[in-house]
Design a protein around this ligand. Structure first.
Ligand code: CP
Ligand code: NVA
Length: 315
């Protein structure tokens, strides 16, 4: 079964989006195909107000541009109300337990929670103690909404997903984890190209390897050979201190013009979840060059998220 012959059902089993580990291949297709549909409708000026009267609480323990903009605009465009909550301005910032917060939010007539935080456990606790859907807007372990937008971008470019190769270079972080899981499930050959000191977590790698084709390698030439998609992320994720040793180990994995040529394909595209540090993990020549799809990718956060919101809050 490929995305091209998947017949959408208009619903998914999952109540929450905590990690793509919980999602089947079919559920990921469901989101992507709905995202394509809502994008097309939106571009043609067709109004979709399926979330009229629904409220999404958006809790941020970390900074954000794209995630906030896309969830906020996504809710507004669907007729709903996005409620922005900076953790520092709430009692969460003064250590009120997540388990209490979950029950309180659930009793206020709020329909869903999007949270960006550090610990994946906090999401699990929100989901366990609350009664409404919880969506992961990034944790230290995963960034599923970003990877959904990336897959949408790749599908729009190539017209398929299965059989493509994606190579991620750099830190084995939340983006690397979510790429491994999603790509393996969807039949995309995924290579994480990184120094062994910054490999993805072994339990997530083992999980992804059991789902599909996953390679972890230090060898850049081998890792990027034949890649249809090259992507990278910052050396230091939010909450991580700058560390010269880490920077020195990751610098050889910079995505530059020479590395892009190593794929051996002139159709290879470049993705970056953003924000980017030009001159560190990627050169300006690549990120601002013609292979780069970064702004389509950022826009697709909006469309992918609207699909997630419709599927989780729209029932
Ligand atoms: N890519 C992404 O999640 O961007 P923000 O940190 O700006 O939300
Ligand atoms: N890995 C990055 C992604 C930012 C969108 C971080 O967690 O800061």
């Amino acid at each position: 079964m490929d995305i091209t012959n998947y017949a959408p059902k208009g619903k998914i089993q999952n109540k929450h989006l905590l990690t793509l580990k919980d999602y089947s291949k079919e559920e990921i297709y469901e989101i992507l195909l709905l995202a394509l549909k809502v994008k097309k409708e939106y571009k043609s000026g067709i109004k979709n107000d399926a979330l009229t009267g629904k409220t999404l609480a958006m809790i941020f323990f970390k900074s954000s541009t794209r995630t906030r903009l896309s969830f906020e605009m996504g809710m507004l465009q669907l007729g709903g109300y996005p409620m922005y909550l900076n953790s520092a301005d709430t009692q969460l910032g003064r250590n009120e337990p997540i388990s209490d917060t979950a029950r309180i939010i659930s009793r206020m007539g709020i329909d869903g929670i999007m949270i960006r935080t550090f610990n994946q456990k906090d999401l699990e606790e929100l989901a366990e103690y609350g009664s409404i859907p919880v969506i992961n807007g990034l944790t230290d372990l995963y960034h599923p909404c970003q990877v959904l937008a990336d897959l949408l971008t790749v599908y729009e470019r190539f017209g398929r997903l299965r059989g493509l190769k994606l190579a991620y270079l750099g830190d084995g972080n939340n983006m690397a984890h979510s790429y491994m899981i999603a790509c393996a499930k969807l039949g995309i050959d995924v290579s994480i190209v990184c120094p062994k000191e910054y490999s993805p977590l072994s339990e997530i790698t083992e999980y992804a390897k059991a789902q599909g084709s996953v390679t972890i390698t230090e060898d850049i030439a081998e890792g990027v050979k034949g890649a249809d998609v090259i992507c990278t992320d910052v050396f230091f994720s939010m909450g991580q201190p700058k560390d010269p040793k880490k920077e020195a180990l990751l610098t050889p994995y910079q995505v530059n013009e020479e590395l892009m040529k190593k794929t051996g394909k002139d159709t290879t595209v470049f993705l970056h979840c953003l924000p980017a540090h030009r001159g560190e993990e990627v050169t300006s020549g690549v990120i601002d060059g013609k292979q780069s799809l970064i702004f389509d990718e950022a826009e697709n956060r909006l469309h992918a998220q609207k699909a997630v919101l419709l599927l989780l809050l729209g029932r």
